[in-house]
Design a protein around this ligand. Sequence first.
Ligand code: ATP
Ligand code: MG
Ligand code: FE
Length: 345
Amino acid sequence: ALVLGLESSCDETAVALVDNDGNIISSHLATQEILHRPYGGVVPEIAARAHVERLEPLVRKVLNESGKNLSEIDAIAATAGPGLIGGVMVGFVTGKALSLACKKPLIAINHLEGHALTPRLADKTLSFPYLLLLISGGHCQILLVKNVGEYRRLATTIDDAGGEAFDKTAKILGLGFPGGPAVEREALNGDPMAVPLPRPLIKSKEPHFSFAGLKTAVLRAYQSGIYKRHDIAASFQQAVIDCLVNRSEKALKKIEGENIQINAFVIAGGMAANQAIRPALTDLAEAHNLPLIAPPPSLCTDNGAMIAWAGVERFRLGMIDNLESPARARWPLDPHAEKARGAGV
Ligand code: ATP
Ligand code: MG
Ligand code: FE
């Protein structure tokens, strides 16, 4: 299979061509960081307009670079949600148009499934089932990945996502946008023990997450004027790491308690690009006799290859969509967990 993937659910316009073996033939991305920086966050209307301008040139660039034309491609995969609906519609409608024009099947990709399956693109030995810590700008979940399209959600956040906490902390500390990489850089010279910060939910029975209280504590620490900025950044990052490790351990134990055999502990999503969080999670995985599998940073944050790859995985299984398929602002990977939830849990 040779699949063209389109991504436009947030602030990166991205296109890639990926083959059956997971070779990334060509992959290009246009980030909108400078457009949103003045607002300290992604402005949906600006994002949607920027996707309109950038998507088609990127498609041409990827096709040119790979020396392929549309007739040589087996399917068009496009993000159909979840995300900022204006941007999602731009990419998904473009995918439908390409599918119609070149008479190739359309595959509607759940952006979160793109993140969830990318570790299999990065490491060809990774087979189902695996336990996934999905940490991105809008999500913080622990999922049992049973197969393509088959997910069981063990945990989610009751308020903010992890990446969102990084972004808000960056804003408080005046480190700019996007926040994750900025906080990671600032933390390099800081003392992770300098500032006492909470580890929300660390004692709770279910492996859920909460980051809103941590953000408020960061704000108070900053306003107190007592602490150095790099110490706050390092202490914040450490608090997040402690929560990730503690919650993941809870989930691993739950899986073991149910006698479910898994092949790896896996991390994915934008926050998984953070190099400081990997060692602690590697130790955790090893303690449970599992390898830690984490894609390279460029495949953790949004990109076109993750959508094309999810398209390859679906195409191989005959999972094709039609032109009536809707764009969705919300689209959980595990609909059962979503239905059972109270306040996001
Ligand atoms: P979602 O995938 O949930 O729809 P998204 O697509 O906007 O959200 P991603 O692109 O997957 O999110 O990830 C972006 C998030 O990752 C941002 O919140 C960003 O701050 C965070 N992030 C990126 N790099 C790092 C890093 N090095 N350390 C911590 N966080 C990071
Ligand atoms: Mg982004
Ligand atoms: Fe994402």
